[in-house]
Structure formats: structure tokens, C-alpha cells
Design a binder for this molecule. Structure first.
Ligand SMILES: O=C(O)c1cccc(C(=O)CC[C@H]2O[C@@H](n3cnc4c(=O)[nH]cnc43)[C@H](O)[C@@H]2O)c1
Length: 212
């Protein structure tokens, strides 16, 4: 089982990376930089020169939650993701990419069949994600956005990874740990350290489930 782990920053996966780096596992880690464009570029570049393919791509990272009933530090699966900005305004309405026939803006994950039996996977609660260019931090824009877009969590890369995996027909999973609530910008209330610790522990558990 050859796996590609995709993270926006080294910081988000460094604890995991330093623990597995001498184990010679069939796991590659790629750091893309934050955002959908750097993510699509890095993955395109990687696959253009890769000598082999993968059985699974896993996008991991921190994320913001629109929902207060998801605790900070929770590690969750994003099984649906979308590019919310792709589409067209039509007066007060918004037409999605699908509505105007320009392509897809919404994606679902796809796991190898055997994966549901791993407890690291079956324990995860699934939520709907949205992939944005701007981290929301204004109450009015959050209200407008959530009245249009059906999402529980937001990140800046998820849908781009789903897009690439779909295009290459490779199974894909997105697992994120909640670092903050989507609210009027307040960096002091973020718990990035807890989110990253929990995410790295989850990655270690998944690795044990698969390779031990
Ligand atoms: O606002 C800042 O000063 C600031 C400094 C460093 C990093 C950030 C981020 O927003 C991190 C973005 C990074 O983490 C993911 N992420 C985490 N929370 C959210 C969110 O509420 N909305 C969207 N993305 C989020 C994202 O995938 C990026 O990779 C800010």
C-alpha cells in the first residue's frame, strides 16, 4: 500500500515525519504551501515526474469549524469538499459551476475498500468541507457565506487535492484537525498546537493500522 501524504506546511506533519523517517515505509510526504493553487501546482509537478503511482492520497492539515459542537483538536474526516467560489453571480443568486455547465466544483472522498476496517478510519466522524482562498474572519461575510454554502469546516487546500486525485483516478482521503472556529478574526483563540499534536498522533495510528 503506497501512500502520498499531502500537507500545506511542514509544521503540520513534522512530528509524524521525524517518527517514521527511518522506517522505510512506502509513504511519501509532500509539502505544497498553503492554498489551492500551490497545492494543485505541487501535486501536478510531483506526478509529472513521479516514477510510480499511489494506492491512496491523504490530505492532512488543520482546519476551521463553522460548528461549535465540534471541539478544538478534534480529528475528523472531510468526506465532501467544494470550491465555493467557482460559479457565477446572477443578481442575488449564485450559480454553481455545475449549474452553468462549466465543470465540477464538488467532490467526495474515495477510500480503498479495506480501509473501513481500520479503527483509525472507522472512528473518524465525517463532515462537509469547503476550500477557500480567504480565511473567513468577518461576521457579516461568514453569515452571507454560510447562508449560501453547505459546509461544516473550511480549509484552503482540500478540494484541490480531491480534484487532482479524481483526475488521476487515485483513491483519496482528507483528515483535518480543528484548530479554530470560523468567527471574527481572533488568533488568540486558535489552538494550533493541540490540533497538530492530535493530527500527528492520528497519522501514527493509521500507519500502525496499515503496516504493522
Ligand atoms: O491569520 C494569521 O495570522 C495566520 C497565520 C498563520 C496561519 C494562518 C492560517 O490561516 C492557517 C491556514 C492554514 O490552515 C488551514 N486553516 C486553519 N484554519 C482555517 C480556517 O479557519 N479557514 C481556512 N483554512 C484554515 C488552511 O488549510 C491553511 O493551510 C493564519
Amino acid at each position: 500500500m503506497k501512500i502520498l501524504i499531502v500537507a500545506a506546511t511542514e509544521f503540520e506533519v513534522s512530528a509524524y515525519h521525524s517518527k517514521i523517517k527511518d522506517d522505510k515505509l512506502p509513504v511519501d510526504i509532500i509539502i505544497t504551501g498553503a492554498g489551492m493553487v500551490p497545492t494543485a501546482f505541487k501535486l501536478g509537478q510531483h506526478f509529472a515526474t513521479a516514477a510510480y503511482t499511489y494506492d491512496l492520497i491523504i490530505n492532512v492539515g488543520i482546519a476551521g469549524s463553522f460548528r461549535r459542537d465540534i471541539r478544538l483538536g478534534a480529528v475528523v474526516r472531510i468526506n465532501k469538499d467544494q470550491f465555493s467560489e467557482l460559479g457565477a453571480e446572477d443578481g442575488d443568486d449564485f450559480l454553481t459551476f455545475e449549474d452553468i455547465g462549466l465543470g465540477e466544483s464538488q467532490y467526495v472522498d474515495k477510500l480503498p475498500e479495506t480501509f473501513e476496517r481500520y479503527s483509525s478510519i472507522s472512528k473518524l466522524e465525517s463532515f462537509k468541507g469547503v476550500t477557500v482562498n480567504t480565511v473567513h474572519g468577518n461576521s457579516k461575510s461568514i453569515e452571507t457565506f454560510t447562508s449560501r454554502v453547505d459546509a461544516d469546516l473550511e480549509s484552503m487546500e482540500g478540494a484541490a487535492v480531491f480534484y487532482v486525485a479524481n483526475a488521476l483516478n487515485i483513491p483519496v482521503l482528507q483528515v483535518r484537525s480543528i484548530s479554530n472556529y470560523v468567527e471574527t478574526r481572533n488568533r488568540d483563540s486558535w489552538d494550533v498546537r493541540l490540533a497538530i499534536t492530535n493530527l500527528n498522533n492520528w497519522l501514527l495510528n493509521l500507519t500502525k493500522d496499515i503496516y504493522d
